[in-house]
Write a protein that binds this ligand. Sequence first.
Ligand code: ATP
Ligand code: MG
Length: 560
Amino acid sequence: MENPSTPSNFIKNVITEDLKSGKVKEIVTRFPPEPNGYLHIGHARAIWINFTLAAEFGGKTNLRFDDTNPVKEDTEYVKSIQEDVKWLGFEWEELRFASNYFDEMYNRAVLLIKKGKAFIDDLSPDQIRETRGTLKSPGSNSPYRDRSVEENLELFESMRAGKFSDGAKVLRAKIDMSSPNINLRDPIIYRISHTYHHNTGDKWCIYPMYAFAHPLEDAIEGITHSLCSLEFEDQRPFYDWVVAECEMPNVPHQYEFGRLNVAQTLTSKRKLKLLVDEQHVDGWDDPRMPTISGLRRLGYTPEAIRNFIYETGISKTQGIVDLQMLEHFIREDLKLKAPRTMAVLNPLKVVITNYPEDQNEWFEVENNIENPEMGNRQVPFSREIYIEQDDFMEIPPNKYFRLFPGNEVRLKNAYFIKCNDVIKDEEGHVVEIHCTYDPETKSGSGFNARKVKGTIHWIDASQAVPAEFRLYEPLIKAEESDEEMEETEEKEEKTFLDQINPNSLEIVQGFIEPGMRVVAPQDKFQFFRHGYFNVDSKYSTPGHPVFNRIVSLKSSFKMK
Ligand code: ATP
Ligand code: MG
């Protein structure tokens, strides 16, 4: 794998120090997704950081499903997450589920109760929120805070036994209601939820809260460096409290890095799920989705994604990365790998009137002019061909060098043709144009008696293979990204759905070269002048290929 190491960064410095001082012997990290949706491009950064940093120091990485909230979790997500991590090119040491530790978590909670560090609260979730205080004012103690250890133990046992309904009681850590860090104001650590769990079934009706479960999971697995995105920074004091008060033998430490935000790209599972549920897209792997599976179906390669992530680096700052930077890396990756062929997306028939009707010929053409190792192929030519509608104009504007009446252009790899006649239907639409070719001008013949300014592509009509092309624009209109859209309630939900680009998908029907009749899903091509395309794995059939445009050819983007 290229870039098997990370650029220099602050976490790497910490690890180097920890190894040098003997604080840790082996680096163990984990990637801990909650199986409540598909992975997105933002997760690729977390995956890459965890796996690459550990590997760089000869350590290991677990894939752990943080499945402590059964209401939102599903085995479909468990499956897709594993597939995506593998596809990105990473191998986990062990596959773990937080839910496998429910017994131990329960026992650790009991330990907290016995130490007088946790209590059962009868306040409702709303009351707890109301008494939590604000950044400026302290919270107030719950009237149930001083229950005896015996009563707390008995009530916790009853909670577990299913004697109370959802929300009737919670277990809270007993820390400090006036702490400047709100996360330390007696946070809830267990709640009642009579919900079937994808892994533990009906065994439990109480579930640990994420902030309590996560440090325990890390400690149980012997994670040395628990790497997560910046929004968990305020949780770190509670993380350390849990590990210490629960008397965990292994002591993991949490380090935070900046989230990856990409312009015009949603990186929130909740929002992506809304797009799927409300059918704004064709499932989680819709080629417009910034999910790993969407990017794969669109035609991105693991190499391109890894190189992109590498380039964006690891830091504490969370800027917004230009979408064009991601596109730059797929162009780079496919430049020498993808065969370069011709495809006509919006066909216009051209009859070459002086080309004999019973004649046809084959041109030998390089598959990739920049990579001779890809060999050559044969492209047929005969009296009728298709060109792009855009490559002909009856009344051309200034500086239009393509085909118009009286003008001559080069057909890529073939001859010069000159337009003589325009055939129209009753409504005046151009349906066909008539040209003549000059046999002297055959490509490769060294002809240089006269020059033309335009070169256009074409497909031999008699052997053209019909194909569908799907052209995409970002799902979210320009100037909007996740970060710019403030995270607030219902209002925000509306704003983000309002930003959906109604023109994000355009489907056109055209033709490809006959040599491409047999293509397989995920085959990638560069179509001359149109960009890079990938064979769609859902809609493409052996007789009728469907191509997703991954990216167009040109970009104003320049790597620094
Ligand atoms: P979402 O808000 O989309 O649901 P999440 O953070 O809740 O994302 P998790 O499944 O909990 O999703 O994430 C697993 C890991 O991926 C976490 O450690 C989280 O820090 C990290 N992560 C999630 N989104 C990003 C991002 N945009 N950039 C970097 N890391 C991320
Ligand atoms: Mg999360």
